[in-house]
Design a protein around this ligand. Structure first.
Ligand code: PLP
Length: 264
């Protein structure tokens, strides 16, 4: 019989340094035992320190790529990362409706280095059009506050859930504290806390890695509880083994999971 792997459709930006974006997605999905189908939403000019420019792909090209690919290849999950423009959201929404599989979305609003990666129209389209189609949104605390327009992280999670996304995992890597506190608001409205020792270095592409690892696990058939717990463990290990590509932040070691020692 022909061998098949679970497949994740990834729509993300390209980071030429390989730390974030589509390369992070492909590696993190592969490390879970799934295969990534990769569609690039935007090209970027960036190094290991910050993003300088984002050039969105034409929505028509995305439509053609999605039509061609999805007519041929089944997918078990969809992972969304950096989106290039508000106009892309209608195209992506149609593809999501067509696939009817779980959607894991990492709302990339700004780079860790400080560059703005979204405009007001994109944030509004994300809130109004995309959120109702998302099963798990994975903002960091700052992104959750910005999207929900409130300072309280838990209140932000509940507001975003009321806009239609089924569940949220809000990460605390961008918050102060000796531990990183991640909050999962499940589909029943229950909050689950995950605490991870804060690593000393600063990282690039951590959010992409986490969301893609969860998507890979969902595609492989894990429950949300297992995918969310194990996706975090995988990401923590990959960050603990992180390495430098330049003078800026480290990137996760996603591709050689066997080398990753256990981090509890
Ligand atoms: N570039 C691309 C293509 C991304 O998708 C992201 C984040 O998801 C970034 C840059 C910024 O990554 P970070 O904030 O981890 O530096």
């Amino acid at each position: 019989m022909t061998r098949r792997l679970p497949q994740v459709l990834c729509l993300s930006g390209h980071d030429p340094g390989g730390g974030a974006g589509i390369q992070a997605d492909i590696e993190a999905v592969a490390a879970q035992g799934a295969h990534a189908l990769s569609i690039i939403t935007a090209l970027t000019v960036q190094d290991s320190q910050n993003v300088r420019r984002v050039v969105a792909v034409e929505p028509q090209l995305l439509t053609e790529q999605l039509d061609c690919l999805l007519a041929d290849s089944p997918v078990q999950a969809i992972k969304l990362g950096l989106l290039g423009s508000a106009a892309q959201i209608a195209v992506i929404g149609a593809a999501i409706a067509r696939c009817a599989v779980p959607v894991i979305a990492d709302p990339v609003l700004a780079a860790g280095g400080g560059a703005e990666l979204s405009d007001a129209a994109l944030r509004e389209a994300l809130r109004r059009e995309l959120l109702p189609q998302v099963q798990l949104l994975t903002p960091n605390a700052g992104e959750a506050r910005r999207l929900a327009q409130t300072d309280d992280v838990l209140e932000a999670a509940r507001r975003l859930q009321s806009l239609g996304c089924a569940q949220l995992l809000i990460t605390g890597g961008d918050e102060p504290g000796s531990d990183v506190l991640n909050l999962w608001l499940d589909a029943q409205g229950k909050v689950h806390e995950f605490r991870w020792p804060r690593l000393a270095q600063r990282f690039h592409g951590a959010g992409c890695t986490l969301a893609s690892a969860i998507a890979g696990r969902i595609a492989c058939g894990d429950s949300w509880a297992v995918a969310i717990a194990e996706g975090q463990r995988y990401t923590q290990n990959a960050l603990a083994q992180g390495f430098a590509t330049g003078r800026g932040r480290l990137i996760a070691e996603r591709w050689r999971p066997a080398r990753n020692g256990a981090v509890s």
